[in-house]
Design a protein around this ligand. Structure first.
Ligand SMILES: [Zn+2]
Length: 89
């Protein structure tokens, strides 16, 4: 609907224990795909938890990468319409 709207997702990469911020919609790529984070690291998109009734294992992880957090804050200062989503698989 708003293709030009900036959006970042906080996501736990496969096998990771902290959240990083990415600008690629997680559901748009297959699990295992490498994605560049705002702190210039590369994470792999996690596999979705199955069955879907099970709580996603990443939901307990609330720790955020400090570099990504700073990048998101800077982006928010530039663009107040930035949409920030916490994403769990
Ligand atoms: Zn990061």
């Amino acid at each position: 609907m708003f293709p030009d709207q900036e959006h970042v997702w906080w996501i736990v990469g496969a096998g990771k224990r902290v959240r990083h911020a990415i600008t690629v919609r997680p559901g748009a790529r297959p699990a295992g795909d490498p994605v560049q984070t705002l702190c210039d690291a590369t994470i792999k998109l996690p596999h979705e938890t199955w069955p879907a009734t099970k709580e996603p294992s990443s939901r307990r992880i609330t720790e955020r990468c400090a570099e990504c957090e700073q990048a998101v804050d800077e982006q928010l200062a530039r663009d107040g319409d930035l949409v920030v989503t916490t994403w769990d698989a």
